[in-house]
Design a protein around this ligand. Structure first.
Ligand SMILES: Cc1cc2nc3c(=O)[nH]c(=O)nc-3n(C[C@H](O)[C@H](O)[C@H](O)COP(=O)(O)O)c2cc1C
Length: 171
């Protein structure tokens, strides 16, 4: 089978990571794949920011946990967190970033890494403590965060999932 198709069909979310760090070359590849995603009207308004310092990731997770009232929230303690942000006024902001998130998912799978979508920033990116950290990470003030990818080496391998999604061919 074509390797791209195989990667798409075998991709699974990962929620348990080893302590191993991810090579910078691989992080750059993930960012390039995010940036290569399609965008509405080809406006390319997204920014993809990779945090590769676990302390910074955990500082952000703690601020998000506090904002959302979730104790011990750790985003599954990944080696890398890719924050996908976009202009808050862009009508395509969420779909643009979803396309980039899927590219990150697939590229991670292709590189032998695990990945999972982290949705919680979407609900608190303008919380003052969260925003202070986003500012520190160089995410523009006019950007919202519409997804994050937690990435690292898998500590588990989930079984093939049951897929209830309806697909049809109408002749
Ligand atoms: C919009 C969106 C938001 C998601 N948010 C989260 C999340 O916050 N935490 C999480 O563990 N998984 C999250 N996921 C991952 C889904 O739970 C996962 O894709 C789904 O259970 C199917 O499993 P699979 O990715 O292994 O096929 C999200 C996925 C999408 C598309």
């Amino acid at each position: 089978m074509n390797t791209v198709i195989q990667t798409i069909l075998s991709r699974r979310s990962c929620r348990s990571f080893t302590e191993a760090s991810v090579q910078t070359e691989d992080v750059k590849t993930l960012l390039a794949c995010a940036a290569a995603a399609p965008s509405g009207r080809n406006q390319q308004l997204g920014q993809f920011t990779a945090l590769t310092d676990r302390n910074k990731i955990q500082k952000l997770a703690a601020a998000v946990g506090k904002a959302l009232g979730r104790e011990n929230y750790d985003m599954y303690n990944p080696a890398v967190l890719i924050i996908t942000s976009n202009d808050k006024t862009n009508v395509f902001r969420e779909v643009d970033n979803a396309c980039a998130m899927e590219n990150i998912y697939l590229a991670s799978e292709a590189l032998g890494l695990g990945c999972v979508w982290i949705n919680q920033l979407k609900d608190c990116f303008d919380n003052p403590q969260v925003r202070t950290l986003l500012n520190e990470f160089g995410i523009p003030e006019n950007h919202g965060v519409y997804g994050c990818a937690a990435v690292g080496y898998r500590a588990d391998r989930p079984a093939a999932k049951e897929n209830k999604t309806v697909t049809k061919i109408v002749d």
